[in-house]
Write a protein that binds this ligand. Structure first.
Ligand code: COA
Length: 393
């Protein structure tokens, strides 16, 4: 029996390529679940380290386990010195996502557990990555601005320490908690493009860092994690625009996208967007910058009604729509927003890599190896005649 399945140019949409026990989406109802727990409840009651533990280990930690996990994260923040020395030689205008992607193999080079491919060693690597990705992001931001990277503030939360290492200012506790919630919301999302990239790479038995570097690359694109920076660009462009409805119409008539809208899986509002919208309003009110919230919700209203008019009622705000204004108000520059997504998503990537490598949701590990259909030049199975260069026209 021919078992070939022909699905071409669909971006694998709707194709189930593996089982997973890590997260679940109901796109029709707008539900996101990590390891059985609703995202709304985690956002309200959990912390990012606790959520990362849940994603990695499959169950919520008890107090001692969480303290131990937090100690390990704090303990791993100090990095081999050659990494920041290397950063100092790189062009300062380099995009933070390029720097992040390029620095993941540097972490691999400094990891003593690399040759050891046991599950325990992979969990240790995961903890180091969760701990160090924010340090890399903050460190590059300082170095590109001619400043020295800062030592951690071990007493702050994971989110609070990131803000401190980025800006050198102790963050307001409520703002640090809001960032902590953002990190919970972005931590995992089933088989999105970057997670799939991570899993595909480690299915070859490449190490965890090789998978994470691929994930960072996939996340950088504007249809994926890069969308938050694009949304902020749009907000800045539209700050003085009076005719938002007209702008939306012109954008769509010109075949352009409204960034931060639409989703490959959700057919309704992304549940994360609802929470981020609340944070955007809360932060705006606290900081006297409600204009970003009001502008975002005005664009949302205009875009949703225009999409409906065009027969696309399922296109609603996604996670990137309100995270843009939230990150902006937290003092995070536009070109660093996608890296903040990575600070969080690294927890999901590592969990998926472990699940993939150790076949925790499948019978056995498998190498991803889809097929393609050749539609190029063809002269038969003997191949085309190779003409010497002087005889070619
Ligand atoms: C995320 C995204 C790539 C999903 O695209 P998708 O899987 O093709 O989504 P759909 O199948 O629902 O799209 C249906 C149609 O709506 C269009 N569409 C979807 N989102 C759109 C948007 N934000 N702006 C304009 N048109 C959009 C698609 O181009 C497609 O048009 P077509 O039928 O004429 O080809 C898409 O919504 C998008 O590009 N959004 C903007 C970028 C973004 O915010 N990315 C972050 C995602 S978390």
């Amino acid at each position: 029996m021919d078992e070939t399945v022909r699905i071409k140019n669909t971006g694998l949409k709707g194709v189930t390529v593996a089982d997973t026990k890590i997260s679940f989406i109901d796109g029709e109802r707008g539900i996101l679940i990590y390891r059985g727990y609703r995202i709304e409840e985690l956002a309200e009651k959990s912390s990012f380290p606790e959520t990362a533990y849940l994603l990695l280990n499959g169950s919520l930690p008890d107090e001692e386990q969480l303290n131990d996990f937090n100690r390990k994260i704090t303990g791993a923040r100090g990095m081999p010195t050659f990494i920041f020395d290397t950063f100092k030689k790189w062009p300062r205008q380099s995009h933070p996502m390029d720097v992040l992607q390029a620095s993941i193999p540097l972490l691999a080079m400094g990891d003593p557990d690399l040759p050891n491919d046991t599950r325990e060693a992979n969990v240790l690597q995961a903890v180091r990555l969760i701990s160090r990705v924010p340090v890399l992001v903050a460190g590059w931001h300082r170095i590109r601005n001619g400043l020295e990277p800062l030592p951690q503030d071990g007493k702050s939360s994971h989110a609070g320490n990131f803000l401190w290492q980025l800006s050198g200012e102790k963050p307001d506790a409520e703002i640090a908690r809001d960032l902590d919630i953002c990190l919970i919301l972005h931590a995992d999302h089933t088989f999105n493009a970057s997670t799939f990239a991570c899993r595909e790479v480690v299915s070859t038995r490449a190490h965890m860092y090789a998978g994470i570097a691929a994930g960072v690359g996939a996340l950088s694109g504007s249809l994926h994690g890069g969308a938050n920076a694009e949304v902020m660009k749009m907000l800045m462009e539209l700050e003085a625009e009076e005719d938002i409805d007209g702008w939306v119409r012109r954008q769509l008539d010109g075949g352009k996208k409204i960034m931060g809208m639409g989703h490959a899986v959700y057919r309704t509002v992304d549940p994360r967007a609802k929470i981020l919208k609340e944070i955007s309003l809360r932060l705006g009110t606290k900081l006297g910058q409600e204009k970003w919230y009001h502008l975002s919700s005005r664009i949302e209203e205009a875009a949703v009604s225009e999409f409906e008019r065009r027969g696309k009622p399922n296109i609603k705000p996604n996670v990137d729509f309100y995270s843009a204004s939230v990150y902006h108000m937290m003092g995070i520059p536009n070109d660093l927003m996608t890296s903040v997504f990575a600070v969080s998503r690294v927890a999901g990537w590592c969990s998926h890599i472990i699940e993939e490598k150790f076949a925790e949701a499948q019978e056995r590990p498998a190498l991803y190896r889809p097929t393609s259909e050749y539609i190029g030049n063809y002269c038969g199975l003997m191949g085309c005649t190779y003409e010497p260069i002087e005889r070619r026209k």
